[in-house]
Write a new protein. Structure first.
Lengths: 449, 449
């Protein structure tokens, strides 16, 4: 199974750009005197490492292999772009090289261009990826000499600030969580002690933590090929709904997903009677974190949120999500760090954990999908003068979890990236229409519009 | 390691083609009412097959996944086309679906378009692939309704004739050989009896069969990524050299490869003192074949040809190749069918055979590369009115065999396809220049020009 995360950015070419604008930009981004060591790391194992995978430096680094110039067929709409990204996201990265690829894509209509990047999930988490991306952009539309993200940088350079205000209480990416816990999905197993605490970590909190997620069409065996869909909506619309209903922006994101998934499942005559449950990675109060000495940015937990897909009223769904999120966070507050870790680990490798859970009397992971949210840049960013119109995360569907929704904020928008197994989640792009409908329904239900 | 063969065809758009010509052609080729069963086969294994791989029919067939519309970035030269094909050829086919892909490629300069197809080698051999390709083309430039190769056909339809005249004594593709022997490289092993005969099959013919191939830069561990280069030359030029030197067209093909490889190795200061040896699959006299009841088309063997890369004179290389090929064929004539099979098997799975050979006292396969030759259409062919300008095979480099050269004849040209490991064979495209130089050198040496 492909185990990489990805990102798609769409840019507007600057005024007066010539037809070879993208080609010239590609050449410019290829001129790098020294490569950032992160982009030279490749996994190796052998006799000298006692058979363990370790990182080593690639001595035959070939930038042309990793950074590619691609094009869309006519008419070059977003549809053709998403089709190309689905394809690119469905192929595996080669272990024999540093595990990343960037495609600079020309041929998008309305004078736009796009960049798709994929990186093995063990190299970066969602938040680091967002920082890397920003490090190669500028808030100055006239700046032309920002080196690409794979260029080595002076170590003194400060990292661009992320939108910490938005992050308070908001969800964070599953990859950040995975990274914070130091667990990779390839890990052949988890420490026995962790496994033993799983039952307690989950079962002791029955009042607050969902233990029953219905079986759905998303929770089956998946294939390696992918379908990707992406769209952004103004944060102001989400904020207005939150204000009118006394809920958070993140609650509104979850409510949009809930309504969209409900309608998608109704279309497929596959809506279960009981609510779907989403795992939502959240930031923890730094004081709660054992490892929070670096400012708390890595203090992460997960909440199991009942999405209220069994409720037909949008306002009722939103209010149910708000309560579920609040009780989930209270439950986190009453749990030991070990319990938090154990519950969080559930989200990291369900395909590995499933047999273990079964031995503990749990038939399957207690959630149906993962919805996560990465804070992104608040200011409008530029790539060599090209204005970034949107940035959309592509994530990792895994066996038993065929759909993944990851969002990030950017400037005035909340950008959604939906990644699904091509076969298990047919017509994934219809979820975009349902998300749009649900946003309007929520505005209607809360009296905003 | 990717184990698929591929083909690249370049076409000239018909007069008056509009900018959406390729898009319209893509739509037309997607309208298929019934799929050819060969294109629905996918490998499966499980409890019901006792863990063995068997073919089953894909019940979720999704043509859009297999047939794709792609585009080249500007300026859309052959360079960009070869770069795209290198990339496409370096990714694996998913086992969970029928193992083939076709890309219809727009954006090639001079009003051209291209089609790249890859197919897992167990589905077709080189000759069958050529027939399939031709079945979807027409000799009539005005014909517009030939269904694509994946469309089901009336069973009574006769197969287009291949160029059997050219095939007499000419080499044939390694894939055809593999298929004829019923051996796949994935086979975990070969029958013990076959292994036992290897030593005899090879060692008994020391006078005619090369047993010593020097170690070269091509005979090392390879990576999964690919570099592809392709070019065609007029058969008339090769024929003139053959006539002047009393050699065959196939000898001239091998001499071109020999000189090109010699100069490439000199560039890399890596030319061994002794000649490189190529395995060349050849057609056998039907009367020799045990299984030749179907007209002899499947009666195949291999010859180990000394390429004469240690000789500085082009004419001397050609004459050495001619002698080596003749003695190799004579040796085949004196061998039992079992010996032929055993020796042929050497070429099929060196990575599996190497340890076995070592036990027999042979350090490595007795050849450095495979050069094969598939007869193609003699007439000019058209795809929906677009004239086929050339058709170039992409093959399978394997561990210890980093370079593969496959040729096919088409109309007036001999088209060469060179497939190499991207890392082990640097600057593969320079071999095209060396092939061109060598053809001129051979014309010069034989007094043709």
């Amino acid at each position: 199974m492909p185990m990489h995360v990805g990102g798609l950015q769409v840019y507007q070419q600057p005024e007066g750009a010539t037809p070879d604008y993208v080609g010239t930009l590609y050449e410019q981004m290829s001129q790098v005197s020294e490569i950032n060591p992160l982009f030279l790391k490749r996994p190796t194992r052998g006799l000298s490492t006692a058979g363990q995978w370790v990182w080593s430096r690639d001595d035959h680094f070939d930038l042309e292999y990793h950074f590619r110039h691609s094009a869309l067929p006519r008419p070059g709409r977003v549809r053709e772009l998403l089709e190309l990204c689905s394809r690119l996201h469905g192929t595996r990265l080669a272990r024999e090289r540093p595990m990343w690829e960037t495609h600079l894509i020309e041929g998008l209509d309305q004078g736009r261009l796009a960049m798709y990047t994929k990186v093995h999930h063990s190299l970066v988490d969602g938040i680091s990826a967002m920082r890397l991306l920003q490090s190669a952009l500028s808030t100055d539309p006239d700046e032309r000499d920002v080196p690409p993200m794979w260029a080595a940088r002076p170590t003194s350079e400060s990292e661009p600030a992320t939108d910490d205000a938005e992050q308070d209480g908001a969800s964070v990416s599953l990859q950040a969580l995975r990274s914070a816990l130091g667990v990779t999905a390839e890990a052949a197993g988890l420490p026995a002690a962790l496994i033993r605490t799983l039952k307690h970590g989950v079962l002791d909190e029955t009042s607050a933590v969902s233990l029953y997620a219905p079986r759905t069409m998303f929770n089956t065996q998946i294939t390696g090929s992918r379908r990707f869909a992406a769209q952004g909506w103004p944060i102001a619309r989400l904020r207005a709904i939150g204000k009118a209903s006394n809920t958070t922006i993140n609650d509104v994101v979850l409510a949009m997903c809930s309504g969209a998934i409900r309608n998608y499942l109704i279309d497929h005559e596959a809506l279960p009677d009981v609510s779907l449950v989403s795992m939502v990675p959240v930031g923890l109060n730094p004081s709660r974190s054992g490892s929070g000495s670096d400012g708390g940015g890595n203090a992460l937990g997960v909440v199991m949120v009942r999405l209220g897909t069994d409720l037909s009223d949008p306002a009722a769904r939103l209010s149910s999500i708000h309560r579920s999120m609040r009780t989930g966070k209270q439950a986190l507050g009453s749990m030991s760090q070990l319990q938090i870790t154990a519950m969080s680990a559930l989200g990291l490798a369900p395909s590995i954990l499933t047999p273990l859970l079964r031995m503990q009397g749990l038939a399957r992971p207690p959630f149906n999908l993962v919805i996560s949210n990465v804070p992104g840049p608040r200011k409008t960013m530029y790539l060599n003068g090209a204005k970034m119109l949107g940035t959309y995360p592509l994530s990792i569907p895994i066996n038993g979890m065929a759909l993944n929704i990851t969002c990030n904020s950017y400037a005035e928008n909340m950008d959604f990236g939906l990644t699904g197994c091509r076969r298990t989640v047919p017509h994934l792009q219809r979820l975009l229409g349902h998300l749009d409908d649900e946003l309007a329904a929520l505005e209607n239900a809360t009296g905003v519009s």
